[in-house]
Design a protein around this ligand. Structure first.
Ligand code: M6R
Length: 369
């Protein structure tokens, strides 16, 4: 039931605040992170020397985002791998490797095969999944459910923010067990997480219409580029995937630092480029670098759409449009910056008269290899 929305995707984007809130529910108490599903399973986390995150598509971008938090908070080296690449390259797995799989459906064949393989090789496995009783969680040593609710549209939206939320909870849980963050430090991050749903709701309330308008004007666009740095990088990839998937427009996401290593050659007058700008307070080093990327592409005629924190005036001279997100700590910005990109992809597909819920050639869950 679309509940009065024009599409399941529109409904599901509107549910992004609840997806995060429901994934947090019952898992933060007085600033401490307690994941009841992981009770009695400390051994899975205390002796590990590395983490490998495996997933496909949007879930893999959630994994790439989670890597920053896992490494920063839990101080464990993390690799993120596409499940289909991982499985067929004879990866080195030891009993002190923790494999974290991420899947909305819990039925993605490539991810399932990778989890089974990891287990056979003796690795420990934790699954982050949105579907109760699905196959991947049944094949894993432990499960952390995302509580995004059923996701019907082929394009994953609310599950993505729920996956990042679950990974952050897991990262804080591991950090607590390993003693890499103090109880006070965990409380600060947990508090930031709890503030996310309201901030997403604020973006939906203040920016949605403007973004849809922008998408409408861009109905004839043939190519869109997305740039991001640090946690903004996987968000750039997610923005590009969503646009390809539902509006059939060529889109590429790049790490902003790569610009001079090739992608800047693509910039010609009128080329739309979304740039995810890190907070000037939170990322004093990276903010000016991304602003200078904006100036470089603007000088070559790009049409720059910046996603920037409220009050960041440094982007104003060179950006054609600025989409605003509320203030948040650096690791929490991706949970906000992705929202305008989901709205944009949906707006552009709608402007082109396409079926946003059932894009051509795609299935909601890919149960074949
Ligand atoms: O169910 P899963 O999370 O395992 O699915 C993984 C991908 O197939 C999925 O995220 C896909 O990339 C989406 N259609 C992207 O919007």
């Amino acid at each position: 039931d679309k509940g009065g929305w024009s599409s399941f995707m529109a409904k599901e984007v509107s549910e992004e605040p609840e997806a995060v809130a429901n994934t947090l529910r019952g898992r933060i108490r007085d600033g401490a992170v307690t994941i009841p599903e992981l009770d009695g399973l400390d051994d899975l986390f205390t002796g590990i020397s590395r983490i490998i995150v495996i997933a496909c598509g949007t879930a893999a971008y959630a994994g790439m985002t989670g890597k920053y938090a896992l490494e920063q908070w839990a101080r464990v080296p993390v690799d993120v791998e596409l499940a289909h690449e991982f499985r067929y390259r004879d990866p080195v797995l030891t009993p002190d490797t923790l494999v974290v799989s991420i899947s909305q459906s819990g039925e993605t064949m490539d991810t399932l095969m990778a989890v089974k393989y990891a287990r056979e090789q003796g690795a420990k496995t934790v699954s982050i999944c949105n579907t109760q009783g699905a196959t991947i969680p049944r094949e894993s040593d432990a499960i952390v459910y995302t509580h995004a609710g059923p996701e019907v549209a082929v394009a994953s939206t609310k599950a993505f923010v729920a996956q990042i939320t679950a990974l952050y909870l897991l990262a804080l849980h591991i950090a607590g067990l390993r003693g890499t963050l103090s109880a006070d430090e965990i409380a600060v991050q947990a508090h930031e997480l709890e503030a996310v749903p309201e901030k997403i709701a604020h973006i939906l309330a203040t920016e949605q219409e403007r973004i849809e308008q922008l998408a409408h004007w861009m109905g004839d666009t043939r190519s869109v580029l997305f740039l991001g740095r640090h946690v903004g990088y996987p968000i750039a990839l997610e923005g590009a995937l969503k646009l390809k998937e539902i509006s059939y427009i060529h889109a590429e996401g790049f790490a902003a630092g790569e610009l001079k290593h090739g992608p800047i050659a693509l910039i010609e007058p009128g080329q739309p480029v979304f740039v995810i700008v890190p907070s000037p307070r939170g990322s004093a080093v990276l903010h000016p670098k991304v602003v200078s990327n904006i100036e470089e592409i603007k000088a070559r005629g790009a049409r720059v759409i910046a996603i920037a924190e409220e009050g960041d005036v440094a982007v104003l001279p060179s950006a054609d449009e600025v989409l605003r997100i509320p203030l948040a700590g650096p690791l929490f910005e991706p949970l906000l910056a992705v929202v305008p990109l989901h709205i944009f992809a949906m707006g552009l597909a709608t402007a082109k008269g396409l079926d946003v819920d059932q894009p051509r050639n795609l299935a909601k869950s890919v149960t074949v290899e």
